[in-house]
Design a protein around this ligand. Sequence first.
Ligand code: NAP
Length: 305
Amino acid sequence: MRVGFVGLGAMGVGMARNLHKKGMLRAVWNRTSGKAAALAAELGVAAPATLGELASQVDVVVSCVSADADVLEVTRGLAQGFKPGALLLDCSTVSSETARTAAELLQPRGVEFLDCPVSGGVEGARDATLAIMVGGDPAAFERAKPVLEALGRTIAHFGPVGSGEAAKATNQIMCAGIIDAVAEAMAFARAQGLPLPVLIDTLGKGAGSSWYFVHRAPNMARGTYPAGFRVRLHEKDLRICHDMAARFGVQLPVVERMLAEYAELVARGYGDEDISATFRLKEELFERTNIMGAPALRPPPPGAP
Ligand code: NAP
């Protein structure tokens, strides 16, 4: 199986390396060509000048780019070179509709498209432990399995094209609700004067715990939010969730609340911080009027009944 990789960003570079470790990687392409040239030289693979050239040299292309328009742009470029029978596995987080449009672009050329969004962050991409949610033709999924197994540990097929992205959107809604609850609880705990490291250690083993509590509440205790999962990216994902729910005439409260909070964080210049930066807004609930317009909550004065 000859594989090409497109999109050597924070996720893509680790994924491309893992395909190389399994002996599958033949070529890489990146919009900023210097990144592709450097990785190609390091791994001893090709760095063709265009997407069409890359597609003509391999049986399978894995792509991981930013957003909906980028996936369609890359798909159009690859379509120039794909041979019939080729496969495009797109690991970007985009809408189900974009996945279906990409599949339609390739269908007349006899090329199968699978939406394969991933969960597990940069660490999962580096360590090949991603969870991969796949939508598309079952036979194409079987063909893609060796490639996906080089990238992740948990691989599930959810149904036709677009259903992998629907599963990923479901995950992003859960992440929104959980990080919001963790940030709110931590702001409450700080206002109570609790020792936060002891609290994280203790509640981290309790029923209310979660990956986000264990791994991101320490950011809140320290007041630093180094980029793990950037606010800007989760905001993009929640817009997708908003649009997908809107097709049913539904507004989801968790999604709407987090979109408002992320818009505030981005406006204040925190869009490239980790989503645990939501704590910044929750702390303010105990200090002054919050962004949702609720009255300020202040601790009672010392000695008050
Ligand atoms: P990133 O570091 O910003 O990298 C984005 C990559 O896409 C770069 O290689 C960029 O090329 C390329 N790109 C963007 N627009 C393009 C276009 N129009 N044409 C060609 N290439 C284009 O992002 P990332 O963190 O790797 O995320 C990639 C995808 O994975 C996103 O959909 C994200 O939501 C999803 N994801 C991310 C995480 C995470 O923890 N980071 C976890 C799960 C899923 P340049 O180098 O030229 O900019």
